[in-house]
Design a protein around this ligand. Structure first.
Ligand code: G3P
Length: 315
């Protein structure tokens, strides 16, 4: 399994020309564009389909997504995340069905799942089948804790995922900033939450990677690197700015000034009893009893937004 020595960069886009452009730019600056994060609506928008007014059946849209992903895989050397279609009523079984299909596209494709109860149930099944996942739409420390605990239980029972990389967790920074909270606090605290599991697992720290997402500016990138985030995904605009900076300029970025008016997110300490959970049954009981609260209004909002985008391209 790949070992992280420094933060890897991912482009958040569905646009093939952006991948080529950012890859070249990174290389010119002795850096690397490692991976990709996509979702079906990002891909459709990038292809100009929404503007052209072209509409797809669900199957055609899925196939189109696959074609694009297979092109992106040729451009970047690392992981390419592709998202299942899920609305607020989609059941785990349906996500599993799509996830299994997506995982066959290429060895480097990782299945993106929403961080909801159904999404976690789908994670359980896919994880048992050693299909790698990226938990997306993460907005709270309890969600990060739930994913780490879930992975911890899976690793104990079924062993490491045996994939090229460990599974990913994607906290959304910019959307928290948008509501006045300091989104990078979630990433920084999340890195600490991950470490809580080191003492109980032989493979320490817990084999799971933080993928900082919804990045809007170089300050987010700088803070992520300082927090030793394994992965950062950002739109072309932010990566272009970042790769154009010299090392001195990067070091001189004041990465906190932009956040001075944002509300701090204090570290959430899990109860000792939660840390002792070591099986699926107790895990789901703790979630259903809301001892671990995996709900967040922005997760729901994110799913609704995703579905709306997706519908613009469907017949
Ligand atoms: O990586 C997540 C990203 O696609 C969401 O970004 O800017 O819409 O919050 P944004």
């Amino acid at each position: 399994m790949d070992i992280v020595h420094s933060t890897k960069f991912i482009l958040d886009s569905g646009d093939l020309s952006e991948y080529r452009k950012i890859k070249d730019l990174a290389e010119k600056n002795d850096a690397q564009l490692w991976g990709a994060t996509t979702n079906p609506s990002l891909i459709a928008k990038a292809a100009g389909l929404t503007e052209k007014g072209k509409k797809f059946t669900q199957k055609e849209a899925f196939d189109f997504q696959k074609e694009t992903i297979l092109e992106i895989v040729k451009i970047v050397p690392g992981a390419v995340s592709a998202e299942v279609y899920a609305d607020l009523t989609t059941k785990a079984e349906e996500m599993v069905k799509q996830g299994r299909e997506i995982a066959t596209w290429h060895q480097r494709v990782v299945v993106k799942l929403p961080t909801t109860l159904e999404g976690l149930k789908a994670r359980t099944t896919l994880r048992k089948e050693k299909i790698n996942t990226n938990n997306t739409l993460v907005f709270s420390q309890q969600q990060i804790f739930a994913i780490c605990l879930h992975e911890h239980i899976m690793q104990k029972k079924y062993g490491p995922i045996d994939d090229l990389w460990p599974p990913f967790i994607s906290p959304f920074v910019g959307r928290l900033d948008d509501i006045g909270e300091d989104g990078m606090d979630l990433v920084e605290n999340g890195m600490k939450i991950k470490k809580l599991f080191s003492h109980t697992l032989p493979a320490s720290p817990l084999a799971i990677w933080m993928l900082e997402a919804s990045v809007r500016k170089v300050e987010h990138i700088r803070r992520g690197i300082l927090a030793h985030t394994e992965l950062i995904t950002a739109p072309a605009s932010a990566l272009e700015q970042w790769f154009a900076l010299t090392q001195d300029e990067k070091d001189q970025i004041d990465s906190t000034v932009y956040a001075k008016d944002l509300q701090k997110i204090p570290y959430w300490t899990p109860d000792d009893n939660l840390l002792k959970i070591d099986n699926e049954e107790d895990f789901y009981q703790a979630i259903e009893a809301q001892k671990i609260d995996i709900t967040h209004p922005l997760t729901e909002k994110g799913i609704v937004r995703f579905v709306e985008d997706w519908k613009t391209i469907l017949k």
